[in-house]
Design a binder for this molecule. Structure first.
Ligand SMILES: [Zn+2]
Length: 123
């Protein structure tokens, strides 16, 4: 199990007991290190650290990956979402695609429902 550091630029400045590390005479508050984190795609130990990162780098990241300059549109072509109903109980579900614009439903197998790469969206 490999450990990784929280990417929060100020993580070490939140002076909590669990961040105090080192030998007796030389303890410092340090960036948290874990096998996994709950925030920001497992990169941040807390929402504070995630927000700190975004405040420092968010604009650069958005400019780098493409800033949205006009609205996206939900159309018939990209309005398909996966959904399910309970037919008779917890273990009896029917899976389907639902078009959020036209309300059309198309049946899905459970495998198709769970397959993140299986999609009806055209754009
Ligand atoms: Zn952190």
């Amino acid at each position: 199990m490999s450990l990784k550091y929280c990417q929060g630029p100020s993580c070490h400045q939140y002076a909590t007991k669990d961040r105090l590390r080192g030998n007796k005479e030389n303890k410092t508050f340090q960036t948290r290190r874990r096998s996994s984190f709950y925030y920001g795609g497992s990169n941040f130990c807390s929402l504070n650290c995630q927000n700190d990162w975004f405040n420092d780098f968010g604009n650069k990241a958005i400019d780098h990956f493409g800033r949205l300059e006009e609205p996206k549109h939900l159309t018939e072509e990209n309005a398909w979402v996966k959904d399910y109903d309970y037919r008779g109980g917890m273990n009896d579900r029917s899976f389907y695609y639902l078009n959020k614009i036209t309300k059309e439903q198309r049946p899905l197998t459970e495998e198709q429902y769970r397959d993140d790469n299986y999609t009806l969206n055209i754009s």
